[in-house]
Write a protein of this length. Structure first.
Lengths: 405, 250
């Protein structure tokens, strides 16, 4: 009830000094606006990285050889490179949750064909690979089980390779030489873009892993196995299942640690996210300084205002205002000003984030929690920096205040 | 009940510490003002009349002595209790009007009601308009102070003093910033309000002004040296007419 009256009094006083109010709010507007824009940039980057990780494939699980130094115990070279084609077959046979599984055999090499030559990654994979990576074709077809079984020398090339070797012609049906082994191009992958690390995913050639293993790599072991589940909630049980099957396949005793590592996208995402989170925090911290400066601006103006309005305070005290009434009035004034400034700052931040995104091409995301945080922060700035001037006003002696010129 | 004095002080002493020196502003003031009185407190500067005015207005507390306002013992009360007393029992009229700038007349008059703790703020607008009507400014409610003449501003201040229906109207040099004609007009309003039963204490150093009141209390060096009824009381409303007549001749 009384609070309502005091809010009314404070509001009238704010309206009576439009210019002063606006100038006071400017600091908060800029501060909150800067925080919003900075956090939007940080969260935009985060969202982009998440999307890129999602882009790796749907519900993907990565199985690599060797333990990732877990618990400080390095497994050493003896346990390295112990993933085999047989492991892939066992997993395919025994697993109940996997929708697809594919070994990945890397064989970098010089490729000759079409317009010239090109150094690229040649990956030996299975027919499940497009499903696991959620990667379609832009033309042609992927190799099938028959191609795998018969070790056919067919290849599916990425967009970058297609543009490099066949800028004008249709690559389908053309022949290329990978390390002097002739392969026939049967398909071109759809563009996938860069990884979170900036690597060009389209700079790749996919071929049946049987062919690659036999003709290009010439090794028994495979460095990586990719798998996927059809539903996201199956990822964790599937990982456990893979672990169990692999431990059995590798005949590990119960006291022995895993000699392989199973990770999923979430793990990858978490690593990337923690990096961008630090960046976002850093940006927000820098922007917060301007909010702090804005708060000091409010205190400054309120202090001047208390001096300037000494007579008004004297009048209010002489006609029966308690010290606490005057204090509340000034506190409400500073809080309303900073809240109002915060609200305008949020709008300015929205606009700023869009403009910045438009001109730099950065992804910017203004999230709801940020907005509420900014509002809460600006309100507390008002209360914190309004407190000292308000106290000063309430402690005035009415006689002296009335006589003040 | 009717005989209970509005003001009753006994042995008021006020000592200010000015560095090492002690200045005695009041040296034992006994003053009793009955309801319906119109008292002029007079004295040269340094006589202690401002100090007395501050104590009577509950803006300051005496060093020694007692003060009963409208039957309530005032000395010894805290800051907030004094503020409540000022709000309920005293209406102030100052020399410099002391209206809030950029605040309309009616909002200025409403001001004391906002700090009233008995719920009067709910009908503050109505009460404020009625008080403005009493001082003859019912059509100026929405004007800002700087759009009003000095006399009108002082009348707004009087309306503000009246709006809480106080026991005592305390005026500190209310005509100090006004020309002669306007001064007499304001005094005419005071006389009119006094005729309606309002108790008024007016602090002034102008002998001329005091002749419109009913009783003169004169201070010197912190003591009452004279306390007499006004023998030949002037009617301000007549003097306004005289001034107008004289003005037409000139």
């Amino acid at each position: 009830m009384r609070a309502l009256v005091l809010i009314k009094v404070a509001w009238q006083s704010i309206l009576k000094n439009t210019m002063r109010t606006l100038l006071t709010m400017l600091g908060i507007i800029i501060g909150v606006g800067a925080v919003i824009v900075m956090v939007a940039v940080g969260q935009g980057a985060q969202a982009r990285i998440n999307q890129q990780i999602q882009n790796l494939g749907t519900n993907m699980i990565v199985l690599t050889a060797g333990a990732s130094n877990q618990g400080g115990v390095n497994q050493g070279a003896a346990s390295f490179n112990r993933l085999t084609v047989e492991n892939v077959d066992t997993l395919r046979r025994e697993s109940t949750l996997l929708a697809g599984i594919s070994p990945v055999i890397f064989a970098p090499g010089q490729v000759i064909g079409g317009a010239g030559n090109w150094r690229t990654h040649v990956n030996g994979v299975s027919t499940d690979y497009p499903v696991i990576r959620d990667w379609g074709l832009s033309s042609g077809s992927f190799f099938d089980a028959n191609d795998l079984r018969t070790l056919r020398k067919v290849a599916v090339i990425g967009q970058t390779v297609a543009t490099a070797l066949f800028p004008d012609a249709d690559p389908i049906g053309q022949e290329i030489q990978i390390r002097n082994v002739p392969f026939k191009i049967i398909g071109v992958l759809a563009p996938k873009g860069q990884t979170a690390g900036g690597e060009d995913q389209d700079d790749v050639i996919l071929a049946p892993y049987t062919t690659v293993k036999d003709r290009l790599a010439g090794r028994q072991f495979i460095p990586q196995i990719l798998a996927s589940t059809s539903r996201p909630e199956d990822i964790a049980p599937a990982q456990a299942e893979i672990k169990a099957i692999m431990r059995e396949a590798h005949r590990l005793a119960t006291w022995e640690a895993d000699d392989f590592t199973v990770r999923n996208q979430t793990d990858l995402a978490e690593t990337a996210e923690s990096t961008t989170k630090v960046m976002t925090m850093l940006l927000a911290a820098i922007a917060s300084i301007s909010l702090l400066v804005g708060g000091i601006g409010i205190m400054n103006i309120m202090l001047v205002s208390v001096t300037e309005r000494t007579r008004e305070i004297g009048i209010r005290l002489s006609i029966g205002a308690h010290g606490s009434d005057v204090m509340t009035q000034f506190l409400v004034e500073s809080t309303v000003m900073s809240l109002l400034g915060g609200a305008i700052g949020i709008l300015a931040g929205f606009a700023g984030a869009r403009i910045l995104g438009h001109f730099t091409g950065w992804n910017t995301v203004v999230s709801v929690p940020t907005v509420f945080l900014a509002l809460a922060f600006s309100a507390s700035v008002g209360i914190f920096f309004g407190f000292y001037p308000a106290r000063k006003a309430s402690a005035l002696n009415p006689i002296d205040a009335l006589r003040y010129e | 009940m009717a005989s209970q004095p509005v003001i009753h002080t006994h042995g008021l002493v006020k000592v200010y510490a000015m560095g090492a020196n002690q200045v005695k502003a009041l040296r034992g003031v006994d003053l009793t003002v009955a309801p319906g009185e119109f008292v002029a407190v007079m004295g040269a500067s340094g006589s202690g009349k401002s100090t007395l005015m501050n104590i009577l207005g509950c803006l300051d507390v005496p060093t020694e002595g007692t003060y009963d306002l409208d039957g309530e013992r005032v000395n010894g009360l805290g800051r907030n209790a004094l503020a409540d007393i000022r709000n309920r029992k005293i209406g102030f009229v100052f020399q410099g009007f002391n209206l809030l700038s950029r605040t309309s007349a009616v909002e200025n008059v409403e001001l004391p009601l906002l700090y009233d703790r008995s719920g009067k703020h709910l009908e503050s607008r109505r009460l404020a308009l009625r008080a403005l009507d009493r001082v003859g400014l019912s059509d100026r409610g929405h004007h800002m102070p700087n759009e009003l003449s000095g006399g009108q501003q002082q009348r707004v201040a009087i309306a503000r003093a009246l709006v809480t229906e106080p026991a005592l109207l305390l005026a500190d040099e209310p005509t100090g910033n006004l020309d002669t004609r306007t001064s007499v007009e304001v005094l005419s309003l005071f006389q009119q309000l006094n005729d309606q039963g309002i108790t008024i204490v007016l602090v002034t150093h102008e002998r001329d002004i005091s002749t419109y009141t009913k009783r003169i209390v004169e201070l010197r060096d912190g003591k009452v040296i004279r306390d007499v009824p006004v023998a030949d009381r002037r009617q301000a409303s007549d003097d306004v007419k005289d001034l107008d007549a004289a003005g037409e001749v000139v």
